[in-house]
Design a protein around this ligand. Structure first.
Ligand SMILES: Nc1ncnc2c1ncn2[C@@H]1O[C@H](COP(=O)(O)OP(=O)(O)OP(=O)(O)O)[C@@H](O)[C@H]1O
Ligand SMILES: [Mg+2]
Length: 484
């Protein structure tokens, strides 16, 4: 087919070249007339129809799903025909996926009908000013088929390709952990907004140390959400759910996020807010995220400048001073403007969580973590926005039992009674407990680790006692000073 097609195309190309070279000698009206008819002739002689599938669709903000489905579909059929292939390793190096290189062509047969696929890329034109900034290569697949087969190809073959392509994508899917690159590294629309690596965190709900009842409640909530497509559609709500994980350092907030991702088989997008220039960049980043994902903003109290609140307070304090010194007022206004123009604001973040965009692209979970829940603006964590607040607390005896099972493979021991007693009187994070329970040398066995834990808990109880004594003394002293 390719010899036949290239012969037709080359004769037409020669004719077009001759026409193009000498057409300027013809009068303007005649030239237009000939051009139109020449194109009709080309269409008449060419028995083939071509469909191009671009990597970026007309929406321009999003990458075309069809392109990726075709890429996957061709990865299976092209391996037999194409001579130049690309290789990619998937599923923990278990298998290699091959796909066709650019400018390769393969034939596919569907219900006895031949079609031809070609891959290519449009190189950037530095002179062109476009939405893409002219710096990005645009990849595409082109499907060619006989025009007599138009019906079967457009109605049934394409549907078959997209369906198969999606199924292959699900099979080969590797879960990814994405982190946003600093905005200065973005080049136009080149997809460098997110850097990614394969997500391989081993934390699961089985390894998480917390009360079994609380764990089950969270697991059920997540599973209900992931199966709730129709429910969310019926109630007219975007298919997303917000979780706020709060608690002291080392209580398992990050481990909980990994366990959630592993339970639902979702990708994780870890957003570093401080490297994002402004609200509009935040929106662009989020538009680039895919469905079936968890979007995480860790330590939200540190990364978000809760300007709204702070400004109000500052304004009140400084109001009097400004009345007397108009220059300082102008300076302050300029500073504030600059500050607000270069930061993600609270309202910007709220828009992103609740805005129209948040309904695009399928199910999403948004998670904020913080060590200081009281510091957060109530608007940010109100119910409906953050649907579920999960407190990750200091290690309790029940949580300890999970760690003892995981780290030492001990389910019961005579020292457990003593451990239960000391846990009731002191606060230690699961991270600290886990660290003590991890044998540090060959000589350490389960029992020595448990004894170390008791010693550690008692030491921390003593330290806490001393601290509270010192605090009480300071209070009394202050009281005396104030009274004096
Ligand atoms: N609840 C827990 N269950 C099991 N392991 C835990 C738990 N909490 C902490 N750990 C252990 O401690 C380490 C640190 O925990 P993690 O990073 O999840 O805490 P965090 O709450 O996110 O802390 P930070 O507030 O400092 O970010 C983990 O790698 C894990 O080994
Ligand atoms: Mg953490």
């Amino acid at each position: 087919m390719w010899t036949e097609l290239s012969a037709t195309i080359s004769s037409l190309a020669v004719a077009f070249f001759v026409f193009d070279k000498y057409s300027h000698c013809l009068p303007y009206i005649l030239r237009g007339y000939l051009e139109r008819n020449f194109r009709k002739l080309v269409n008449f002689v060419n028995p083939y129809v071509e469909i191009t599938f671009l990597e970026y669709t007309g929406e321009r903000l999003k990458r075309g799903n069809a392109f990726f489905a075709i890429q996957n579909y061709l990865s299976t059929s092209s391996t037999e025909n194409a001579r130049r292939l690309k290789a990619d390793v998937v599923n923990d190096s278990q298998s290699v996926v091959l796909s066709m290189q650019e400018h390769e062509e393969v034939t596919d047969v569907y219900k006895g009908v031949n079609v031809w696929w070609a891959s290519g890329k449009i190189l950037p034109q530095s002179t062109t000013i476009s939405f893409y900034n002219g710096t990005e290569e645009k990849r595409y697949y082109m499907l060619t088929f006989d025009k007599h087969n138009r019906e079967i190809i457009t109605k049934s073959y394409l549907e078959h390709v997209l369906r198969e392509g999606k199924e292959i994508a699900v099979k080969n899917r590797r879960r990814m952990l994405y982190t946003n690159n600093p905005s200065k590294d973005w080049h136009g629309w080149k997809p460098t907004k997110w850097g990614n690596i394969v997500f391989e965190h081993p934390s699961t709900f089985n390894t998480l140390a917390m009360e079994a009842q609380k764990k089950d409640e969270i697991k059920n909530d997540l599973i209900k959400f992931s199966k709730g497509k129709d429910y969310y559609a019926n109630i007219g709500k975007a298919w997303k759910r917000g979780y706020l994980l709060h608690g002291p350092p080392g209580t398992g907030k990050s481990s909980m996020i990994a366990a959630m991702a592993n339970l639902l088989d979702y990708d994780v997008y870890d957003i570093e807010l401080t490297t994002i220039k402004d609200n509009s960049e935040l929106r662009k980043l989020l538009i680039e995220t895919k469905g079936k994902s968890i979007i995480v903003i860790e330590d939200i109290d540190c990364s978000l400048d809760l300007t709204g609140q702070r400004k109000k307070r500052k304004e009140k304090d400084d109001d009097e001073a400004d009345k007397e010194n108009p220059i300082s007022k102008l300076k302050k206004e300029a500073e504030e403007e600059q500050e607000s123009g270069s930061k993600v604001t609270l309202s910007g973040l709220l828009n992103v969580i609740d805005g129209i965009w948040s309904a695009c692209g399928g199910e999403r979970i948004i998670i904020f973590t913080t060590n200081y829940v009281d510091k957060l603006d109530p608007a940010l964590i109100r119910r409906g926005r953050m649907d579920k607040h999960i407190e990750m607390s200091y290690c309790c005896f029940e949580a300890f039992k999970v760690l003892a099972k995981n780290y030492l493979d001990i389910e019961s021991h005579e020292l457990f009674g003593k451990i239960k007693e000391v846990f009731a009187e002191t606060k230690m994070s699961p991270a600290e407990v886990a660290d003590i329970l991890m044998p540090k040398s060959e000589e350490q066995n389960g029992e020595t680790c448990l004894k170390n834990l008791i010693a550690g808990l008692e030491a921390s109880k003593e330290e806490a006692g001393k601290k509270s004594e010192a605090a009480a003394m300071l209070k009394t002293k202050d009281g005396v000073v104030t009274e004096g």
